[in-house]
Design a binder for this molecule. Sequence first.
Ligand code: GDP
Ligand code: MG
Length: 271
Amino acid sequence: MLPPVKKDRVITQLPMCFSPNAALHVKDGFHPQVKAACQLQKTDTVSFNLAKVIVVGDVAVGKTCLISRFRKGAFEKNYKATIGVDFEMERFEVLGVPYSLQLWDTAGQERFKCIASTYYRGAQAIIVVFDLSSVSSLAHARQWLEDAMRENDPSSVLLFLVGTKKDLSPVSTATDRPLSRSPPQSPDQLVQIEQEAVRLSEEIKAEYWAVSAKSGDGVRDFFFRVASLTFEANVLSEIEKSGTRHIGDIIRLTDSTEADCQPTKRKSNCC
Ligand code: GDP
Ligand code: MG
């Protein structure tokens, strides 16, 4: 028997997007069908209770620090993905339903661009990470996405483009800067890189976020959004597959709910 979900992992409302200009949607609540299904759900055998989330991007952009900041609530410079364990589980409760994200981090394979297809396969969300202070890491984002997409169905995957190291403002001291990062950017360059990131997000239909693993800024909100959107997509897809009335022991929709809310096909950029 699993221990109860921690209080700080309980999601009752759909979290806001980071930028309305580059969001998967800007509505302010969960889909009515999802809310209805969760109210009526039978607890133990839900089949939508898990999402595989993969994290890709250039080496040293901050992927591992991002995950570890969320998992442990701290900035761990020397955190290493455990060799031999491919993912970490992060447990939530969404609208009263237990739900987990399987967060897949590379164990350094991205250095050699030889990530195995098992890493990519079956992802419900792809998080493409770049370093807000490195133009080249953003330029490589598209290639990371293409590689990851080769193993996935574009119509059922949610994409996130995440700029990290937001704390590295142009006034940061040199000692704050990790060795791996590019030379300091001017304020104009930072604005430009964000504009380019928003433009790319629109093009690839990703949701854009800027975060800092060091300060923690945006990290929790971001992962809550990932959990909520993948959860919503999973439930909607279950409803759609079931042809409404009955999904084994999983969801029962009342007649009124069926009449009000016919299942709709989810688009990757819109709900
Ligand atoms: P990965 O190779 O993409 O997993 O990158 P890491 O998570 O190992 O981070 C690479 C380097 O960037 C390390 O030196 C981290 O300390 C640094 N780093 C990661 N996130 C941040 C951040 O939010 N702010 C700052 N200032 N440095 C960061
Ligand atoms: Mg890493």
